[in-house]
Design a protein around this ligand. Structure first.
Ligand code: DGL
Length: 266
């Protein structure tokens, strides 16, 4: 495998761009490929079997493009499919998880809120994270049905988005959490709105920067870090409506990109 090969990243939609931005900020010389499975979003309320099947379609496509590492930029897909992906590919597979470990260290009041999809919160992986890293704190887990769909519309100022988000934050604020975990990569795209609604006193954490650091370490240890800065635009594929995706990408990715349709599996 050549160090000049791209890094492959996928998500159920454009939420993974929050992770992609961290990867680009940390390793600006790397070529990046991104799959947004927007036609099948949200993953959060699908069965584990459906999420595994779609994750394999996205990851297979990236592997066919010759990527040197895979990043599962989706907490829901990680919870459902990462074990299967790690068996399937002989590549480093870096995956997301809600930032429970750092939150357990940061909280002073011992009250932590988690916003995530129903799929993530009901998973065995999440249970195990809580057992290992949050046994000493009170965790209030809030599933956010419909929030990914609102974010995918791309209007981060909309009243509908603000109202839905407020309804999910309200029980956490009532419980006086001092630390809030964004356990879905889509939610990081509305970080500013979340901070505005919870106030500066609440620490808002996500896992994007940690994933970028972990990816960099893996690339260094396998001598796969690209020593030559890349000038290739981001290569992006989507299973959704390309016109809408183009507009959203322009809004969320401030560098050159090429967007194409993710071919359906024959
Ligand atoms: N960005 C995905 C995550 O991190 C969203 C899941 C969904 O599509 O429901 O969980």
């Amino acid at each position: 495998m050549s160090s000049a090969a791209p890094i492959g990243v996928f998500d159920s939609g454009l939420g993974g761009l929050s992770v992609l931005r961290e990867i680009h900020a940390l390793m600006p010389g790397e070529s990046l490929c991104y799959v947004a499975d927007s036609h099948y979003a949200p993953y959060g309320e699908k069965s584990v079997a459906q999420i595994c099947q779609r994750s394999v379609v996205c990851a297979d496509w990236l592997v066919e493009q010759g990527v040197k590492a895979l990043v599962v930029a989706c907490n829901t897909a990680t919870a459902a499919a990462v074990n299967q992906l790690r068996v399937r590919y002989a590549l480093p597979v870096i995956a997301m998880e809600p930032a429970v470990k750092p939150a357990g260290k940061v909280t002073r009041a011992g009250r932590v809120g988690v916003l995530a999809t129903a799929g993530t919160l009901s998973s065995e992986k999440y249970e195990s994270l809580l057992r290992q890293h949050a046994y000493h704190v009170t965790v209030i887990s809030q599933p956010c049905s419909g929030l990914v769909e609102e974010i995918e519309k791309g209007d981060f100022e909309s009243v509908a988005l603000r109202d839905l988000l407020s309804s999910y934050l309200e029980p956490l604020l009532r419980a006086q959490v001092d630390t809030l975990i964004l356990g879905c990569t889509h939610y990081s795209l509305i970080h500013r709105l979340i901070v505005e609604l919870v106030g500066e006193a609440v620490a808002v954490l996500d896992g994007g920067a940690a994933v970028a650091r972990q990816l960099k370490q893996q690339l260094i240890s396998r001598q796969l870090l690209n020593p030559h800065p890349s000038i290739r635009p981001l290569q992006c594929w989507s299973s959704g409506d390309l016109k809408k995706q183009q507009l959203l990408l322009q809004q969320l990715w401030s560098h050159p990109f090429e967007l194409n349709y993710l071919p359906p599996k024959p």
